[in-house]
Design a protein around this ligand. Sequence first.
Ligand code: NAI
Ligand code: MG
Length: 502
Amino acid sequence: MTLQNESGSLESHLNLPKIKFTQLFINGQFLDAVSGKTFVTIDPRNGEVIAKIAEGDKDDVDLAVKAARHAFDNGPWPRLPASERGRIMLKLADLIDQNVEELASLDALDAGKLYRIGLVAEIPAAAENLRYYAGAADKIHGSTLRMAGQLHGYTLLEPIGVVGHIIPWNFPSQMFTMKVAPALAAGCTMVVKPAEQTPLSALFLAHLAKLAGIPDGVLNVVTGYGYSAGAAISSHMDIDKVSFTGSTEVGRLVMQAAAASNLKPVTLELGGKSPFIIFDDVDVDKVVDLAVRAILYNKGEICVAGSRVFVQEGIYDKFLVTLVEKVKSWVVGDPFDPNVHQGPQVDKNQYERVLSYIEIGKKEGATLLAGGKPAASKGYYIEPTIFTDVTDEMTIAKEEIFGPVMSVMKFKTVEEAIKRGNASKYGLAAGVMTNDLNIANTVSRSIRAGIVWINCYLAFSNSLPYGGYKMSGFGRDMGMESLHSYLQLKSVAVPIHNSPWL
Ligand code: NAI
Ligand code: MG
């Protein structure tokens, strides 16, 4: 790991990475954009330029799709024994583990994510995700079907073809493997467009994929902006499926473009406004710890953030006192510093957007209990912020803020909690905290959300499908459901004995 300076400051202790890859990765080569253009990726700790990155647009997407199409139609990847695809994916997983420091530091630098968490949790999880799907690669099979008459049928599961993955900036490495791994296992080829805020780790992962032995053209990475490179993917006539994670607004555009071009299927994992519902019978100290993590993990930049916290009236006052105490010890600062809990927001846009929601919350009459301001004079740091007296109609209770802003609401009955928990256009996740099994079961079955956590939160696993109800999108990442979204189902019918038509 290269240190950027040797002064006695904190910087000298940081694991700042050297930036090795800044070009598009197409057909196994690092290339400049056809236009020769570049854009800059910014360090959210200080607003300074980290590196100039090749700015891919439609022409580059066309090249990448051509390479992926060739690799799909003529190359070895879809034709390899599935166990061999799995073996290569396991090798990529090992390479990720061997480069955990570099990947964690690239994401810390590019996205303001905690280096410490990247090292022990998020980058290892990216490797584990590859292992999960590597193990599934040779277990993809259809079924044999009883048919009327003297026929039998069977289904084949075939790779869907060339896939476009449009990914966001909040979990750059994990989101990359979450999308790429099931598609690789299925035998697809692909074009990945990382978010313009966080191109660095995707390019490094492309380099590792090549080292692992993924054939040229199978995995291409086009860095660039959403309105150009992203839109070129969703409207491409030769891409067979698009998987998108990001805003609801752009999800709608992606679906429109898919419909208007070649009717490719889309998977959309969009925003959330998840309720975290806490009943009277819990240990307030412990539950406050979890409520804080549920909203502040990754500085609130996570689609399942528990941003609407409903607290039953019997513990409401104690909950607030404990919460304020807890938040006081939450350290905001440099994401490379091991003592820090929360780094900067990803970029100036998100920083300003979060601060503007805080202003709206105040204007609409919510009570600001803690935080509410920038947390540093430089960089995109925001104080952990708590609002109380939030009504369901307020903007901060309805819209996804995607920052360290919690809204606390008081409720009386189970029915009220369910009704208000569901009063959202979103339906991504929910949490319910209670020792009462009847309440836990009733709430978890009544909440319209893709994932419900009972007495836990942010509990993820490769086997657990992940995605939304309502305007949080459709389709699932992770689990076997995700693998199946990269497969096409073919039905074959055949006479059991001699065909009467021969
Ligand atoms: P975004 O939806 O614009 O960006 C996500 C990805 O979509 C990026 O790769 C971007 O380049 C691409 N994109 C943008 N416009 C596109 C287009 N017209 N066609 C195809 N691709 C396009 O999200 P943004 O602006 O970075 O963040 C805005 C809000 O979206 C956040 O505040 C948050 O509420 C939500 N969001 C949700 C995420 C999630 O994990 N569900 C992740 C990122 C953002
Ligand atoms: Mg950046």
